[in-house]
Design a protein around this ligand. Structure first.
Ligand code: SF4
Ligand code: SF4
Length: 542
């Protein structure tokens, strides 16, 4: 077998150019890299390799580059950054690998190394200038085969000050604070419910803003459309700290409500708590919990991810729960790896292992207990999409299907390539829109062929991405979390009713947002009019 690796530039610095970060010899990461036997079994399962056909965008090629950097044979070049951030982190390669390579840990380490290098003041000025010069070179003829290879706008090493500021706001200010996250999403929900969104779409303002030469040129539309209909109240009140078990209590479980999950999919969180309660669980949802840090770790912001992990361990330890339940695949995968994330922290290493051992995806937990089958009929045809971080990250494939198949009236139909990434991948579909869209089209072709009325999946990112694909194609499918179908079956079975205030409150919030929007619009109109009169008056006097 011949491997077609391109020549990598040899540096004059010998072993590793920097002495900090995870991507070096004598690190845990280096041992993980050496497990790769270069067999190539992972290549056909890699979505970026399937699209680009480039070895350097395959799992094997990425490991090769990581090892070259770790050995000091290669610098962190714009190309290296590009190949590392072009990876979806979907971990399909892990499932295929006969040698047990833990690629998820490797890609996170590589991105952490990139973040450390580009933010180190000692190398920043010179290396950044060199990187910037390379990136600004005109695109050579023949390089336009795929937009990702024609330029490097998404690499964090080459971020403009505006992008850097946005990154710092998102990772360091917004996500770690429930209050700021709530305020940001309140603004978004207000925009959607007050009618502003409809005006912006109808008048073409969004297209105009998207075309303006700002750091976000061409990138505004997708996030706006992904968050098309954020659910729940404008400013949701915290979930109840303690929800008693319905009937006899058998378990005490902690519930991770998530950051974005709680703002966009509050109804799924509420359904999860109801289902747990109906399964003899007292559900503890600590108010002090923070974002789990999954988006941070996957994007290379591991230091902030560690701080969040430590905080959550402190919070949940106080409740002594039998299990810690999560309904988001990406978060669950990260929570199960707190032990790895904090392995070098003396105070937290063993506590993190104990925490991770208790974490269970909701489908994993329910199918591991004698769960309540007291369900009514839900007549729906359902296709199940495997979220990557559930199927490949946590090896959970059968459990959600078992839940769905147990619901009376539900017909589960086969979805071709159900565990092929939909392109969501954390913030990937915002940062790498071309690749994400290519993958989404493939996913939507397969979804359309099922004829299902419901696409069920266990990850908020996948739900938003598939819902976007369905809107673009005018495909009439509901995108739901499997737990919502169980919740519906419990309700049709008469186990409980959904509190009426949930529905009424959302309607009330919509009306309020509309009124506030109208008031602001009238206020701005009055001010503009007054200003105009004043100018006319002034010009007359002159
Ligand atoms: S399948 Fe595993 S061992 Fe083989 S090339 Fe891929 S990562 Fe390396
Ligand atoms: S994580 Fe996914 S995109 Fe990245 S190398 Fe593995 S299979 Fe390819």
């Amino acid at each position: 077998m011949t491997l077609e690796f391109p020549q990598v530039p040899i540096t004059s610095q010998g072993i590793a150019s920097l002495d900090q970060g995870p991507l070096h010899r004598h690190t845990h990461t280096y041992d993980l890299m050496r497990q790769c036997i270069h067999c190539g079994f992972c290549l056909p399962t890699c979505p970026t390799y399937a699209v680009l056909g480039v070895e350097m965008d395959s799992p094997r090629g990425r490991i090769y580059q990581m090892q070259a950097v770790a050995d000091g044979r290669m610098d962190i070049t714009p190309e290296f950054v590009e190949h590392m951030y072009c990876c979806l982190g979907c971990r399909a390669c892990e499932t295929a690998c006969p040698s047990g390579v833990q690629f998820g840990k490797l890609i996170e380490a590589a991105r952490e190394q990139i973040q450390i290098e580009v933010t180190l003041p000692s190398i920043q000025s010179e290396q950044r200038r060199a990187l910037q010069t390379q990136a600004e070179k005109p695109v050579a003829e023949g390089d336009e085969t795929y937009p990702l290879h024609a330029h490097l706008p998404d690499s964090p090493a080459l971020e403009s000050p505006g992008e850097r500021l946005l990154r710092r706001f998102f990772f360091d200010i917004m996500l770690p604070s429930r209050i700021i996250t709530s305020l940001v999403f309140a603004g978004l929900k207000f925009y959607q419910r007050s009618g502003l969104q409809a005006i912006v779409h109808r008048t073409g303002l969004l297209d105009l803003a998207n075309a303006l030469p700002t750091p976000f040129q061409g990138k505004l539309k997708t996030p706006e459309e992904l968050m098309y209909q954020a659910g729940g109240d404008l400013l949701p009140t915290p979930l109840p700290e303690i929800t008693p078990a319905l009937g006899r209590q058998r378990y005490r479980v902690g519930f991770i409500s998530g950051c974005i999950m709680d703002q966009v999919f509050r109804d799924i969180n509420e359904a999860t708590i109801r289902v747990l309660s109906a399964n003899s669980c007292e559900v503890i949802t600590p108010l002090q919990q923070q974002c789990c840090g999954a988006l941070h770790v996957h994007a290379g912001e591991a230091e902030q991810g560690r701080r969040l992990a430590q905080h959550n361990i402190d919070v949940f330890e106080a409740y002594n729960c039998d299990a810690i339940i999560i309904n988001s695949a990406g978060c669950g995968s990260n929570l199960k790896e707190y032990g790895h994330l904090l392995r070098d922290e003396p105070i937290y290493a063993s506590r993190a292992q104990a925490f991770s051992a208790k974490v269970k995806d909701i489908s994993e937990f329910l199918t591991s207990i004698d769960w309540n089958h007291d369900m009514g009929e839900v007549a729906r045809t359902v296709a199940y999409h495997d979220a990557c971080h559930l199927a490949h990250g946590q090896k959970i494939k059968q459990q959600p299907r078992q839940l769905l198949q147990a619901i009376p009236g539900v017909t589960v139909v086969n979805l071709k390539e159900s565990d092929w990434c939909c392109g969501s991948a954390g913030i990937y579909n915002i940062m790498n829109q071309e690749m994400a869209s290519t993958l989404l089209q493939r996913k939507m072709d397969n979804i359309a062929a099922t004829g299902a009325s419901v696409i069920a999946t266990g990850n908020p990112g996948c739900m938003m991405q598939i819902a976007l694909g369905a809107r673009e194609r005018n495909l009439h499918v509901d995108v739901m979390h499997p737990i919502q179908l169980i919740d519906e079956a419990y309700r049709t079975g008469g186990l409980y009713e959904i509190p009426a205030h949930n529905v009424a409150a959302v309607q009330k919030q919509r009306q309020r947002a509309l009124l506030i929007g109208l008031a602001i619009g009238v206020g701005i109109g009055v001010l503009l009019q007054r200003n105009r009169r004043r100018r006319i008056h002034a010009s007359k006097e002159y």
